[in-house]
Design a protein around this ligand. Sequence first.
Ligand code: KG4
Ligand code: ZN
Length: 338
Amino acid sequence: MKVDSDKIILGIESSCDETSAAICKGGQILSNVIATQSIHTTYGGVVPELASRAHMQNIVPVVDMAIQKAGIKMEELDAIAFTRAPGLIGALLVGSGFAKSLALSLKIPVIGVHHMQAHVLSNLIEQPIPSFPFLCLTVSGGHTQIVVCRSPLDLEIIGETIDDAAGEAFDKTAKLLGLPYPGGPLIDKYAAEGNPNRFSFAEPQIEGLNFSFSGLKTSVLYFLQKEIRKNPDFIEGNLNDLCASIQQTIIQILLKKLKKASLLTGIKQVCLAGGVSANKGLRKALTELAGQSKWTVHIPSFEFCTDNAAMIALTGYYHLLHGQYNTLDVSATARASW
Ligand code: KG4
Ligand code: ZN
């Protein structure tokens, strides 16, 4: 009989616009298959109904491929972990419905995983893993959080956005510049050639460790309207500098609060998670700050920063190790506290 630490878990992620499946055996990721939905580019953002339909089309081949790549048989699975919340409800229902049906047919337990906890634990996928406790700045299209992680299942949010997420700040300002969705990677690309000090945008004054990004979008909008009245080609002529200046403002907002969190908690082990952690400017600025502040920094590989099932499978593994699993009446919800 297998001991708990050898258990094989299928992870399923379907909270937004990535359909992903992964196999985790004894805490090691054997496969991580991700199908990204490109259909949303045409609409300038994720269309929930289209996301659900694409998940329906993708889920069987993606799970099949994850099992094949891991070199295991379906019958060897000990449990199925799936993203229970938060996310687009139609998209979550595809993953949870599939996970529960397969678990029922294989007579194995399901584990409902909180997507944001899983993002933090993506830092435990690759060796060397950070030591506990660590701080994690999770920056994605839907969330911005600073989390203290004391052990895999002991996580506490100590700061979060009160409005837009950091990824939204990138995507919405990119849209104002006429860039397609998702604009974050494009701002990153153009910023590399631009002067970050050319334009300045107001930074929010929010108390404590919380963030606010909605004012930045308005500030960029008013600034562009004013400049375009004087010069209709203003954006085209200054795209690199605009991207570099917007990116620098977002990074400063994020790192100021991260620095404060480290001072308040005394924790110098700092991790990143979420799609925005792919940003080259953020990575560079964090590395520089780490040098000055004597932090140890850990950033997962890109495939584990954006939405992926490896982090769901690994989180499921830790739940299973602690005897935490669900019965089939566990349901997906768009929002959920930890
Ligand atoms: O974690 P993620 O894949 O999905 C969510 O759970 O939201 O994050 C997606 C977000 C998008 O807002 C996207 O623009 C942003 O991550 N992003 C970036 C970069 N790559 C992805 N933002 C800035 N620079 C990047 N290189
Ligand atoms: Zn995510």
